[in-house]
Ligand binder design. Structure first.
Ligand code: NAD
Length: 381
């Protein structure tokens, strides 16, 4: 059976289910597909995030499940195979990767390697006829992002970025409160995120593998948060690097950076990220008639929110963010819907991150008018 027929039969099944409850599209949280009908996911790169978050989350998903892995380590392959009951034919290494084209069990390839390698694996996965979920940041160059988008488009497959917080209730509330102007026009946003880096993953301070330092890794959450709370793309940015706390560790990348986004309506966002200090993670909006904020804002759980109003509309449950993210992507594939976090959004963010670097390097205000003015699909829900 070809991949498309497998997917088509699953889609029919989902539609049938949906029609049975009143002709609505599938609501991912309401149904679980039987295991054999769930979309198959293969993780590429079995590091900390795959091990600690994604594989466990894929045991809780309703529409997709972990069926395969791509790893350069035979020892890891054996361990994962035993732990997750993966079939021999679904175990790949970086050389055999392209044989995914012959494997109808795998519908989605999830790229979880160091940043600069995302493009290579996302392109090869699309060429193998797979939908791709790619970790943040999408890539380290605009050209790589464009290659990824072109490959997915050519293959007729979806490309999504692992922006897990778009599926998280506190962040969805920030989008809603901000974009619907529940407290009037937002005049100022404030955001920070960072941790004291202990060099446990040395690629994170390698310019060629990470593309930069904490801005690419942790600052991207502040950037994303400000954009989806405000519901706008900035018109310009200014930025300043922090002094280096360790010249050896931070030989190739920044130790930290502060930046400001300027929006077309005169409002601003002040952000800071660092690999030299532990920051709890904050996203705060100050608007005409009140404020609303998350702190801690960006972790996998334990998020907390407050507003200037009572009752507190940010007193919300914490969920498994990665499971919600993956079920949403599977729902988009099964029902042929656009994802809220498409590759185009990843490209937009890489363009903005590079503009922030340019601003810090030159000391100039950098116009972002060249940044693709994508219609943000992050509608408040
Ligand atoms: P990690 O170092 O723990 O894992 C990276 C994996 O890639 C390892 O298994 C490593 O063996 C493999 N790899 C393949 N080629 C490599 C090479 N040339 N050099 C180094 N490693 C190589 O890193 P991680 O924390 O799992 O991060 C992986 C990706 O996931 C990054 O893009 C990161 O930004 C992203 N991430 C996202 C989140 C999130 O919340 N969305 C959280 C953590 C990491």
């Amino acid at each position: 059976m070809t991949d498309s027929r497998v997917t088509a039969s699953r889609r029919d099944f989902v539609r049938t289910l949906s029609l049975g409850v009143g002709a609505t599209l599938l609501v991912p949280s309401a149904f679980a597909l039987p295991p054999e009908r769930k979309l198959g996911v293969a993780l590429v790169g079995l590091g900390k995030y795959s091990t600690g978050q994604l594989a466990p989350a894929l045991q809780q998903t309703k529409l997709c499940r972990l069926v395969g892995i791509v790893t350069g380590s035979p020892a890891k392959a054996a361990k994962w195979q035993a732990q997750y009951g993966l079939a021999d034919k679904n175990i790949y290494n970086y050389k055999t990767f392209d044989r995914l084209i012959d494997n109808p069990d795998i519908d989605i390839v999830y790229v979880v390697t160091p940043n600069a390698l995302h493009a290579e694996f996302a392109v090869r996965a699309a060429q193998a006829g797979k939908h791709v979920m790619c970790e943040k940041p999408m890539a380290t160059t605009v050209a790589d992002c464009q290659r990824m988008l072109a490959a997915s488009k050519k293959a007729g497959k979806k490309l999504s970025i692992g922006y897990r917080l778009h599926f998280e209730p506190h962040h969805q509330a920030m989008m809603r409160l901000g974009q619907k102007q529940a407290y009037g026009k937002i005049n100022k946003l404030l955001s920070d995120n960072g941790f004291k880096f202990n060099n446990d993953t040395p690629w994170r301070v390698s310019k060629s593998l990470a593309g930069g330092g904490p801005l690419m890794d942790m600052g991207i959450y502040c950037l994303q948060g400000c954009l989806y709370t405000k519901g706008q793309v900035p018109v310009s940015v200014t930025a300043k690097f922090d002094p280096k706390t360790d010249n050896e560790l931070f030989r190739e990348v920044e130790a930290g950076v502060s930046w400001q986004l300027q929006f077309g309506d005169g409002s601003t966002a002040d952000c800071h990220t660092s690999y030299a200090e532990n920051l709890s993670g904050r996203l705060r909006a100050e608007a005409a008639t009140g404020w609303f904020e998350l702190q801690p804002a960006f972790g996998y759980g334990g998020l907390d929110g407050k507003t200037s109003q009572h009752p507190n509309t940010l007193d919300l449950p914490n969920i498994n963010q990665q499971a919600a993210q993956m079920d949403d992507f599977a729902d988009c594939i099964l029902n042929d819907k656009p994802t809220r976090v498409p590759g185009e959004m990843g490209l937009r963010d890489v363009q903005l991150l590079l503009a922030i670097y340019r601003a810090a390097e030159t000391g100039q205000k950098i116009s972002t008018k060249d940044v693709q003015q994508l219609i943000d699909r992050t509608q408040a829900r």
